[in-house]
Design a protein around this ligand. Structure first.
Ligand code: ADP
Ligand code: ZN
Length: 432
């Protein structure tokens, strides 16, 4: 196996030893800001308190609200002059948070990112087109630095402007792209609508992440472009992309444990969940000096996958993100995640690239409407076929989530789609 960094194949004992020593040093570093010094003092955690990895549970959680309260630079742990860059979260769930990085932080991050890309076969000879937004969003520069570190010609295409994206792919013979899942299908459909075959592009790998998507969605992108799709997970609070990444086995995302300490906890109680059970991912940055973050409640739901990966890396794997805790909605007493719905509707070949879940209250009770785009070639078919499709989708959804939604079939490209992360649910209920 070719590796980018020897740490990828460290045995468990070595990973654990590094984690403990880095946990101690990052906790000491965190004390350089008032916020963490006070928090750690309150919890009675001094320089010698952390003796084993389990002692991490004595450290209080850090929440998004904490980060907001310390915005912009309350968590800074180095003299301001040592900061070379800042990034913000996309603000998907509220006001953004800012993270400041030193030169070392940026270097470590680029190495981690390069490690991810190398793991799935990206090499210096590749032409890498980054179709995600640049600017404050970490999916731009974060991925960019990793691809450049590998020596790829890296095209900072940014988000949107599909015609130009396609032209760049063709003109520069792009072999690897980084793209949002929702946008990937849009690019593919636009090509097809123009009478071109997306499979004839020179692409071979697509790095896809930044928002949840189902395995069914992955398969669609793979088929559409004849590429391999690898899931990429990260969050700005933990630098950005490069936190978790699938290897060539496509069976879960390895979390780079020499740089991050991951826990999965019960979102209500904060207690660790038994291995293999779904809970909230909690992350500690083990290497960051500019703004270390301890035990960050990501709000992302996933589970650790049991067993070792056949690829030989022992860095723990997590399942693809089921959704954000904030994305879960309750309808008629049932907890539902958008991904459960996506998983079902994307198995229908007639279904196009976009869908939207609407939650409404008509005065009598809650109602769920699922608007589903139908591919052009099917939309012109007879009414009976559409009616059957509608019924079948509703039936399969009911089997999955135990609630019968009202399914509406709409034309391709009729649902709203922006350049950023897709909005899958609109909750229009007054009393939510
Ligand atoms: P925001 O929370 O404002 O979107 P970020 O830009 O930092 O801020 O995005 C990080 C979040 O994006 C993660 O916490 C997670 O919810 C989501 N995310 C990132 N990568 C993935 C992925 N591969 N699968 C599912 N969700 C992802
Ligand atoms: Zn693996």
């Amino acid at each position: 196996m070719e590796i980018f960094d020897p740490a990828e194949v460290w045995p468990r004992e070595r990973i654990a030893a590094i984690q403990l020593s880095r946990l101690k040093s990052v906790t000491a570093q965190a004390r350089k800001c008032d916020f963490y010094r006070e928090r750690l003092d309150e919890a009675g955690i001094g320089p010698d308190s952390l003796r084993s990895l389990d002692d991490i549970r004595r450290i209080p959680f850090t929440t998004k609200q904490d980060l907001r309260s310390q915005y912009p630079t309350g968590l800074l742990c180095v003299p301001p002059a040592q900061i070379v860059r800042m990034h913000c979260s996309s603000g998907t769930t509220g006001s953004p948070t800012a993270i400041c990085h030193t030169r070392n932080d940026i270097n470590t991050w680029a190495d981690l990112m390069a490690r991810c890309l190398y793991m799935v076969g990206v090499r210096q000879e590749d032409v890498f087109q980054n179709m995600s937004g640049y600017g404050l969003f970490t999916g731009g520069l974060g991925i960019h630095y990793g691809a450049e570190r590998l020596g790829c010609m890296t095209i900072p295409a940014g988000a949107g402007n599909t015609r130009r994206q396609i032209k760049l792919v063709k003109d520069f013979r792009t072999t690897v792209v980084h793209i949002l899942p929702s946008y990937a299908l849009i690019v593919g459909e636009q090509l097809r609508a123009a009478g071109q075959d997306p499979r004839s592009l020179p692409l071979r790998i697509a790095v896809v992440g930044a928002e949840p998507y189902s395995d069914e969605f992955r398969r669609r992108i793979e088929d559409l472009f004849a590429v391999k799709v690898y899931n990429s997970y990260g969050l700005s609070e933990m630098n950005g992309p490069g936190v978790g990444f699938e290897c060539d086995r496509q069976n879960g995302l390895h979390i780079w444990e020499d740089a991050y300490l991951a826990e999965i906890v019960d979102p209500e109680s904060g207690a660790p969940v038994p291995d293999g059970e779904v809970g909230e991912l909690v992350m500690t940055s083990l290497c960051r000096e500019g703004m270390p973050i301890l035990r960050y409640r990501t709000r992302d739901l996933t589970r650790f996958l049991p067993g070792d990966c056949p690829c030989g890396r022992v860095h723990r794997r997590m399942d693809r993100i089921l959704g954000r805790a904030d994305d879960m909605f309750i309808i008629k007493g049932v907890n539902v995640y958008p991904m459960q719905i996506e998983e079902v509707i994307m198995t229908f070949p007639e279904v196009g690239q976009n869908y939207l879940i609407l939650l409404e209250n008509d005065g009598i009770g809650d109602r769920m409407r699922v608007q589903v785009e139908v591919r052009d070639e099917y939309f012109v078919e007879d009414m009976r076929m559409l009616h059957n499709l509608q019924k079948n989708i509703a039936r399969r959804l009911r089997a999955e989530i135990l609630v019968t939604p009202q399914v509406e079939l709409v034309e391709s490209n009729s649902l709203p789609c922006g350049e950023g992360k897709a909005v899958r649910v609109k909750d229009l209920r007054a009393d939510k």
